[in-house]
Ligand binder design. Structure first.
Ligand SMILES: OC[C@@H]1[C@@H](O)[C@H](O)[C@@H](O)c2nc(CNc3ccccc3)cn21
Length: 606
């Protein structure tokens, strides 16, 4: 074995050449697989037998299945797999991946940031870059060098279950927010060749711009469905985020489950190879989504061999969770033998994968250590998340009489009511992709500060706080509350589970809001992944705040409610009146929103 490919003193191209020359065809093909870590857990020897390219922490599979696993346990788990990979013939390190889409959200105690819908409302790319840097540190602290972020979808219909993963309906905001890549990967040096992946250091991670392309433009927001739009529309709305990500050195790009004008993206050679690789000169690797190859056919997996042939020839370099590694290698080997997949397609894919691994320094530092575990959930990280929450909240109404604003709320008063399902529930305020894929309606899902905790910590000690998730009408008669904070909103949801055609405020939150606000001067804090139907209830609200999915640092909500800081957030999404107006986006000819794109009342800090 000529092991000089492990020598960081050699050039990237020389190292790749030396390595590829020695790789068997089977070892090349196995590099194109990203297997579910549970497959390797069941039979770790496959990591020695095949030179498997990558492993994924499928959502809901923390170390030992323990959702409260410590950072050290994550490091030990990742290193365990890596040692098996290093014991393979050529010892090519595997690339371990996870979804850190709003902080390292699979890690218990990690700092959880607002989901992208809130970050778009901050209009602050510099803030988002800092969020990327913290996310990289907390992810690397667990030994993981690759994340499936940022999602740069341009959500054009809030009925889409993933709309909260999109920064905005306006591609210009999405383009700006690709600055998160500088935080995740490090700032690409100015003399770097365009389109080439860049990762700058052991506290940085390889990023993944997703989901290519048009994921946010499907009909009625139906997840994984069809995006009907002409070439100009696709290029001007859904594509610009990818130019900007590539210029900023993004290492990988994930393909969308959706179709463009009836053609599955996972089989679209024109867009993946001719446009992304040849026209935009993207030099990192293209990865499928989970079973995205299987879903080329309906039912999923009904003709895996054909799906795999079409996906690889379309230009996909790495396949996320093939059914099993043996079949994956077998099927592709036979397609190559039968001249259905050209060997230079395999070589192109492997070169791209190795380029990212070498850029990451994975060969010289394949094993992680505990050196960053004390960087998790530091005060500095919590303060950044709290700042993000403050800047993401949008004040939509402040006073039935605009001359008598309710916010900033007085800290010192006799008695206040805090009500609502979302007032004291960390799981609900973080949303999905938190500890578990779908998230959980659980108070102590992870560590953090609920909105109730934050209010209690902010008001004057002499102020009495009454907390009731859903106060009964009796208790509201002859009340003595100076005002009420009513925190209600959506359940947690991910992907198709979040598709919703009516977008009403769910019960019991709606009733709680009506019971309280018809009797007590109230500010409603809406915890949601998108705009919801509020027009009929506006008159009874004294004030209304869109808080989106703020994450673990609930103090950011109290900070602006009580005037520690002023409201500055601006809508990054049009707030419709009724769902039959949808889709309705800024710039449309017929535009009659309840609150327009860019709307947001401001307040002065006290
Ligand atoms: O988690 C990996 C990817 C994620 O990065 C994509 O954005 C998303 O489309 C996506 N969906 C799944 C499928 N969901 C799943 C949930 C729990 C266990 C296994 C798979 C995986 N992934």
């Amino acid at each position: 074995i000529d092991a000089r490919y492990k020598d960081p003193k050699l050039s990237m191209n020389l190292r790749m050449k030396i390595l590829m020359k020695q790789m068997s065809q089977q070892e090349k093909i196995a590099q194109m697989a990203q297997i579910n870590r549970l497959e390797a857990e069941a039979d770790p020897k496959i990591l020695r037998k095949y030179s498997i390219g990558s492993l994924i922490t499928a959502p809901d599979s923390p170390p030992g299945g323990d959702h409260r696993a410590t950072a050290e346990q994550w490091v030990d788990m990742v290193n365990g797999y890596q040692r098996w990979s290093l014991s393979s013939r050529l010892g090519i390190p595997m690339l371990y991946a996870t979804d850190s889409v709003h902080g390292h959200n699979n890690l218990y105690r990690a700092t959880i940031f607002p989901h992208n819908v809130g970050l778009g409302a901050t209009r602050d790319p510099e803030l988002v870059k800092r969020i990327g840097a913290v996310t990289a540190i907390e992810t690397r602290a667990t030994g993981i060098p690759y994340v499936f972020a940022p999602c740069i979808a341009v959500c054009r219909d809030p009925r889409w279950g993933r709309c909260y993963e999109s920064y905005s309906e306006d591609h210009k905001i999405v383009e700006q927010m690709t600055d998160i890549i500088y935080g995740l990967q490090g700032e690409i040096p100015p003399d770097s060749p365009k389109g080439v992946p860049y990762v700058g250091g052991k506290d940085k991670v390889a990023a993944c711009a997703k989901h290519f392309v048009g994921d946010g433009g499907t009909t009625k927001g139906i997840n994984e469905n069809n995006t009907v739009i002409d070439w100009h529309g696709l290029l001007s709305i859904h594509m610009p985020g990818y130019y900007h990500s590539i210029i900023k050195g993004v290492s990988t790009i994930m393909v969308s489950y959706s179709s463009w004008n009836g053609q599955k993206m996972h089989a679209n050679k024109t867009l993946i190879t001719h446009f992304l690789k040849n026209t935009l000169k993207f030099k990192g690797f293209v990865i499928s989504d989970w079973q995205g190859v299987d879903r080329i056919t309906y039912p999923s997996g009904s003709n895996y061999s054909t799906s795999l042939l079409r996906a690889i020839n379309a230009g996909i370099d790495m396949v996320m969770v093939p059914p099993n590694i043996t079949e994956f290698v077998g099927v592709i080997t036979s397609h190559v033998k039968n001249k259905l997949i050209p060997i230079n397609r395999i070589n192109d894919a492997v070169r791209r994968i190795l380029r990212v691994k070498i850029t990451l320094g994975l060969f010289e530092n394949p094993l992680a250590d505990y050196s960053l575990v004390d960087e998790i959930r530091t005060q500095a990280h919590r303060h950044l998340a709290r700042e993000s929450v403050r800047k993401s909240l949008v004040l939509l109404k402040n006073g039935k009489d605009a001359n008598k604003p309710l916010i900033p709320l007085p800290k010192k008063t006799s008695k206040i009511l805090v009500a609502g399902t979302h007032a004291n529930n960390l799981g609900l305020q973080c949303g999905a992709w938190t500890i578990t894929w779908q998230g959980q309606n659980a108070h102590n899902l992870t560590t953090g500060t609920t909105i109730l905790n934050a209010i209690s910590a902010t008001v004057d000690p002499s102020t009495e706080i009454v907390y009731s998730e859903n106060p009964d009408v009796e208790s509201l008669k002859n009340h003595k509350y100076s005002y009420a904070v009513v925190v209600v909103g959506e359940p947690t949801y991910a992907e198709t589970a979040g598709d919703n055609l009516n977008l009403t405020i769910p019960e019991p939150g709606l009733s709680t809001m009506m019971n309280v606000c018809s009797r007590v001067k109230c500010v409603v804090v809406l915890i949601s992944g998108r705009p919801l139907v509020v027009e009929p209830y506006l008159p009874m609200m004294e004030a209304l705040v869109a808080a989106w999915l703020p994450g673990s640092e609930g103090e950011g909500v109290a900070d602006v409610l009580f005037g520690e800081y002023g409201f500055t957030g601006k809508l990054a999404r049009t707030w419709f009146r009724t769902v039959d107006q949808l889709p309705m986006n800024v710039g449309d000819k017929h535009y009659d929103p309840l609150f327009p794109f860019g709307f947001g009342l401001t307040t002065k800090p006290i």
